[in-house]
Design a protein around this ligand. Structure first.
Ligand SMILES: [Zn+2]
Length: 138
């Protein structure tokens, strides 16, 4: 990184620290005034981060090799995905950081079908739990 760019980044960081609260309120107001645009930007950001996470993890299902991001899911090898899910948006960033820094080694990529089969293989999912008693009435 060039010295100019570093100086600019340092300035921006300092400026942000000085104006954090004012900026936060300004953003809040903008989101109130532009709810649809805000949701759209939020969705795009989430999607961009999700794709980056998938790519950082290899970009394809480790079982069948499919690369279509529409069906790819981040799989928790230890089955503790709920912990990550509860923290929502900010956590996607944290997961991505964890992957790029090598801290998170408990994740891989599976497609939706392979992910379900993986859960069955581990006994975390059963037909009975998925469809309930009603499905078996004759
Ligand atoms: Zn697959």
């Amino acid at each position: 990184m060039s010295r100019d760019k570093q100086a600019k980044q340092a300035y921006n960081r300092e400026w942000y620290q000085r104006n954090k609260e004012r900026q936060r309120l300004k953003n809040l107001e903008w989101r109130k005034q532009n709810p649809e645009r805000s949701r759209e930007l939020h969705r795009k950001t989430r999607e961009r981060i999700r794709l980056a996470v998938l790519n950082a993890l290899g970009g394809k299902c480790v079982r069948c090799g499919i690369t279509d991001p529409r069906v790819l899911q981040i799989n928790h090898l230890n089955g503790d995905g709920r912990k990550d899910k509860h923290n929502g948006f900010l956590n996607t960033n944290r997961i991505y950081k964890g992957i790029t820094t090598g801290e998170r080694k408990d994740l891989n990529v599976l497609c939706a079908n392979c992910n379900i089969l993986y859960e069955y293989d581990l006994g975390r999912r059963t037909l009975f739990n998925d469809f309930g008693k009603e499905s078996y009435k004759s």
